[in-house]
Design a protein around this ligand. Sequence first.
Ligand code: HEM
Ligand code: HEM
Length: 421
Amino acid sequence: MVQDRYRTPAIVLHWLIAAAILFQMQLPWRFHDLKTPEAFALIQLHKSVGITILVLSLARLGWRLTNPPPLEPETLAPWERMLSSVVHVGLYGLMIGMPITGWLLVSTSKTGIPTLLYGLAPWPHIPGFARLPEAGREVWNGFAHEGHELLGWGFYILIGLHVAGALKHQLFSRDEPVLARMAPGAVAGRWAEPRLLLIALGVIVAIGGAWLIHPKPPAPAPLPPPPVEAGAPVIEPVMPVAAVEPPLKVEAAEAPAAPSTWAVAKGSTLGFSTAWGGQAVEGRFDAWSADIAFSPDALDRSRVKVTIDLASVATGDPQRDVALPGADFFDAAQHPKAIFTADSFEAAGQNRYVAKGRLSLRGVTKPVRLPFTLKIDGDKARMSGVTSLDRTAFGVGQGEWQATDQIPAEVKVSIQLTATR
Ligand code: HEM
Ligand code: HEM
């Protein structure tokens, strides 16, 4: 029997891939150049759909190479055969080239944001690029960027030609059953062909769906330490202490006015709160340490030094946690630690103090005041403090992140710590 249509697996894959591509091509119009949480969610969706298209297209190509296509209608003009072959080969090239340039694009990106397919399954970057020197990675990234954009325009042209060809044969050639090869049963020459209407409906759903879909922005997983109550300005505790701190026992308080040395206990937290696109973001640093020499009756000789490992930032969202140590934010590669040193303390009421010192962050040093409360009970102390920083003064947020419409300039930093003498 002469085969006059593609076999079912080829047909199913054709329509699945076509719908996915039409959907996929809309998303960049929505996320283009935006830095909102929704744009990030749309890019994650674009990456997920793109990888799906890659897998389906490889399957489709594998099938095509092992299963010859149906013979073409004999009445097709040679130029039509030629053009349709060129367009088909081009489409296969784009179905595979587009996702690969996209994958290369994210694998060489400075931000290193991971890909989480449909919010569920982690998808690796292309191996090897992470280890390239930065200049090399930038070249590849530029190439991938140009390629992805150029191939994108190629897609518009080839899909246009492809659909125009299919419609021409369907609508104007009674004796050339071309659509029936991909949509079995379609009657050539029939304008109100139900299969054609169904395809048109599918196209509208795929394109419209891409404009209507609102993927959920990353929902931060709850972070263990309870954030300091907003609106409790100075009262909440905050003095960082590192869980990893070696308990450096300095001499006990024999000399009456010498400040005691304190070792930070486990469970102490150093957190911050900010927002992104109106959505609150609570974060903390998991690796920090503090050298504390402090006594209420020796304020003039009290000293505190807090060292924070910026790469240990955690906000409950893996993409953000990769982006924050990057060059646009903390630039932890150049400035791995932030250091707060305080060498001037003032009493500010019962159990209340203000530490005055300097914060060095991202190569910038600025004065910082940290009001805190401190309760000493024998050899145990509990302290908590909150202060605000202007992230832009430290250059945290470069380029488009400098603007404060998505991420406010003011970041609240809070410390809660218990320490033993
Ligand atoms: C939008 C993304 C689309 C892509 C990437 C795409 C891709 C392809 C490819 C690669 C082939 C060649 C199959 C092969 O020989 O292995 C093909 C065939 C075909 N496509 Fe599409 N297609 C798309 C959309 C459409 C649409 C919207 C229609 C209908 C209006 C359509 C109708 C057809 C038909 C009738 C064939 C069979 C042509 C023949 O072999 O003579 N395609 N498509
Ligand atoms: C068939 C699959 C795909 C199609 C049709 C597609 C299409 C597009 C188009 C048209 C753009 C806009 C280009 C521009 O103006 O810069 C774009 C941007 C982008 N695509 Fe894809 N893409 C596909 C797969 C992928 C994959 C698999 C990934 C990553 C895993 C990806 C990641 C991106 C990224 C990150 C951008 C934004 C680039 C930027 O402007 O910075 N794409 N895509």
